[in-house]
Design a protein. Structure first.
Length: 544
């Protein structure tokens, strides 16, 4: 009898299903697509505004100072992230990111609609003409766009970690898609026309002609002196070079309506991610994954009891099986026990897939977490704000085509860098620090070129313009890749760490924008040039 039982045991053990180790996959393709579309609306309106600058600068009264004005107005929108951070700090267990994400998508879509009709409206303030409608809409949409750095990242903590890079790919496409449309749109043209005007000033003394140089006009004055019995008469012949800006075939209004369409698609994707049953299968319990080292969390009162119950589930189920089948054969008990154990192991493996793939072997300490957030703030101060504010000074002296190319190239390489992070990211502080240093060195060349405007390095050679575009591409690629790598590392720390990641992003952007505004508008470290100039042979030229 003992021999039969032993044989039965061995046979049942060999025939029972063996546990299979499940490797973490890439996730469901349709979830990746929905997350990408959802991420597009994050900065699509703001990025669309930037790629339109070659046209807006030539049409609006601010001229070359428009980028720095938009930068400082946009950074005033940090009031939104500040309020969001305060609410999260006061109520860390409340999931504010879901309603906030819905509100953000709706407001940004409305801003794109209003831009299309009011972008050219101006008003006189304190004796000067300003693009009041454009600047006001920029402030409103920047409040909500800036909140995406926190709300969208926190929202991704509700999905499995494997979808994190797809969000940044969508954020990158928020710059690429407007850039591609802007490339097809063209940069417009600026032409110079001559104007001759005569003015007579009776009984006036001889005076020297002065040149009136402005953003839109450059006037050269010549004086003709004649004498009669009543006194001296001065006739001023004015030869004016007027810069005329021509809008491209695809108008600015149609461009912003295209951005509205992107917003509608993002809203539909967000609703599907939230409520579609297939999408809800990829949701996770954010409380169980929380591992933030940046702040202490209040523990729920029933947390320890729930954990104790969860730990005893497996033992209770197995004991029940043995008690219910105590009179059964050994073969039946072993088979059912193996099936039950296999089911529990499958659930445990599925729940830990994303933690295994993103967390690595060790967790970040508090000081290492803060160090990465400081690096992230520095990257955003340099790449997201400061360089964009002075982009016109680094590229427009080489011509309008180079400026147009630099703005488009910078937005095209952004999603390429994000796409690379789906397959490989920098996972250690050492690699992230090295990449940050490389990006800073590349940015230094761009800043040097901008500081020497309107006569930067190789300004009279095509190589100068090509070189500055290459530096913009490389700098953007390195900086964006490093930003996404930091966010991927912080994802392993849970929902609250992602919110702090977004806060660090906005703090860095704000510091960079303030520095750029002061250096451009008050300290005058960067100088512009007239659109039209008169060459030695008498011909007129425009910045093209």
């Amino acid at each position: 009898m003992a021999d039969k039982e032993s044989v039965s045991w061995s046979n049942s053990s060999s025939s029972s299903p063996k546990p299979k180790s499940k490797r973490p996959g890439r996730g469901r393709l349709y979830i990746h697509v929905l997350v990408v579309i959802f991420g597009i609306t994050s900065w699509s309106v703001m990025n669309g505004l930037w790629v339109e600058l070659p046209i807006l600068v030539a049409h609006l009264p601010e001229g070359w100072t428009l980028p720095s004005d938009l930068t400082i107005v946009a950074q005033a929108g940090n009031l939104g992230p500040l309020a969001f951070t305060l609410l999260v700090y006061l109520f860390p267990r409340v999931k504010l990111e879901v309603p906030a994400s819905l509100l953000i998508v709706v407001v940004l879509s409305l801003c794109a609609l209003f831009y299309s009709f009011f972008w050219e409206h101006t008003a006189t303030v304190a004796g000067s003409e300003y693009s009041v409608a454009l600047l006001s809409l920029t402030f409103v949409q920047s409040v909500f766009a800036a909140m995406t750095s926190q709300a969208y990242l926190a929202f991704m903590s509700h999905l499995k970690a494997r979808y994190m890079s797809s969000l940044f790919l969508g954020m990158g496409l928020s710059g690429l898609l407007p850039a591609l449309v802007a490339v097809a749109q063209g940069s417009g043209t600026v032409t110079c026309t001559s104007e001759m005007q005569n003015a007579t000033h009776p009984k006036s003394s001889l005076f020297r002609a002065m040149g009136d140089v402005g953003t839109e006009n450059r006037t050269m004055n010549y004086l003709l002196v004649s004498t009669n019995t009543t006194g001296t008469e001065i006739t001023k012949e004015t030869h004016g070079l007027r810069a005329t800006s021509l809008e491209p075939a695809l108008t600015v209004q149609h461009f912003f309506l295209f951005l509205l369409g992107l917003g509608v698609c993002s809203l539909a994707s967000l609703l599907l991610l939230l409520y579609h049953p297939k999408c809800r299968e990829e949701h996770v319990d954010t409380d169980k994954e929380e591992n933030c080292q940046l702040m202490k969390l209040p523990k729920p009162e029933n947390g320890s009891q729930d954990a104790e119950k969860a730990d005893n589930v497996t033992d209770d189920l197995i004991n029940d099986k043995f008690e219910n089948h105590i009179d059964g054969t050994m073969e039946e008990m072993v088979t059912e026990t193996n099936v039950l154990t296999q089911t529990i192991q499958d659930k445990d493996t599925a729940a830990s897939d994303d933690k295994t793939s993103y967390r690595g072997k060790t967790q970040l300490g508090r000081w290492e977490s803060w160090y990465l957030l400081i690096l992230l703030a520095w990257i955003n101060a340099v790449q997201t704000s400061f360089l964009l504010a002075i982009q016109v000074y680094s590229s427009l002296p080489y011509g309008l085509r180079i400026y147009n190319g630099a703005t488009k190239a910078e937005n095209i390489v952004d999603p390429i860098a994000c796409f690379i992070t789906i397959f490989v990211t920098a996972k250690t502080s050492r690699w992230i620090s090295g990449l940050t240093l490389v990006g800073t060195l590349l940015a230094s060349y761009i800043i040097t070129v901008a500081a020497r405007s309107p006569s930067p390095l190789l300004v009279d050679h095509i190589a100068g313009g090509v070189l500055v575009i290459l530096f913009w591409i490389c700098c953007t690629m390195v900086m964006v890749y490093t930003k996404v790598s930091i966010a991927a590392v912080m994802r392993s720390q849970g929902r609250l760490s992602l919110i702090w990641t977004g806060a660090s992003t906005q703090i860095g952007s704000f510091i960079g924008a303030v520095l750029a505004y002061l250096m451009v508008n008050h300290l005058r470290f960067f100088r512009d040039a007239p659109w039209c100039d008169e060459e030695e042979d008498g011909m007129t030229s425009a910045v093209v």
